[in-house]
Design a protein around this ligand. Structure first.
Ligand SMILES: [Zn+2]
Length: 153
């Protein structure tokens, strides 16, 4: 249930998290966790639009948009983002194993509220998210290995 008007502290937090490059799904989770609200991801997107806020060009969404015209590839990207350390190898419809891509970096697994503009924002996990947290590469929301991971074709 969306509230008609967001209290100022909620808007401030939305602002800060957007500036940090966090995805809307995680913005909603962390605002809800902090204020006991129940904003949906779409509510956060709508509010950001109404405020005239937009995400930075460095968001992971850019990579997803680039592969939109290739359905097989889009599925692989989504699988990579949603399923973390699966118990059994994942396979596609043809029974071919899908290889999860990973970067040669030891993630610090820090929480969303601990993230600063200096940390790599590469997410880990499904229900409970943590972030890589290594020092980000200048001009990117991710560390060098994660920039390489998310920008190569
Ligand atoms: Zn990283």
């Amino acid at each position: 249930m969306a509230l008609p008007n967001w209290p100022a502290p909620h808007v401030t937090m939305l602002h800060e998290l957007l500036a940090s490059g966090a995805p809307f799904s995680e913005i909603a989770i962390s605002i809800n966790r902090k204020f006991g609200t129940s904003y949906s991801r779409n509510a956060c997107i709508g509010k950001a639009k109404r405020l005239g806020l937009s995400k930075t060009n460095n968001s992971p969404r850019v990579a997803r948009t680039r592969v939109r015209n290739n359905p097989a590839k889009v599925r692989e990207v989504r699988a990579t983002r949603v399923k973390f350390t699966p118990a059994a190898p994942m396979t596609n419809e043809a029974g071919i194993e899908i290889k999860l891509r990973d970067a040669p970096v030891q993630p610090l697994h820090i929480g969303l509220l601990e993230l600063t503009g200096e940390n790599c924002h590469y997410p880990y996990g499904t229900d409970h998210f943590t972030f890589c947290g290594q020092k980000h590469l200048e001009g990117f929301p991710y560390c060098a290995p994660h920039v390489a991971l998310t920008t190569k074709g």
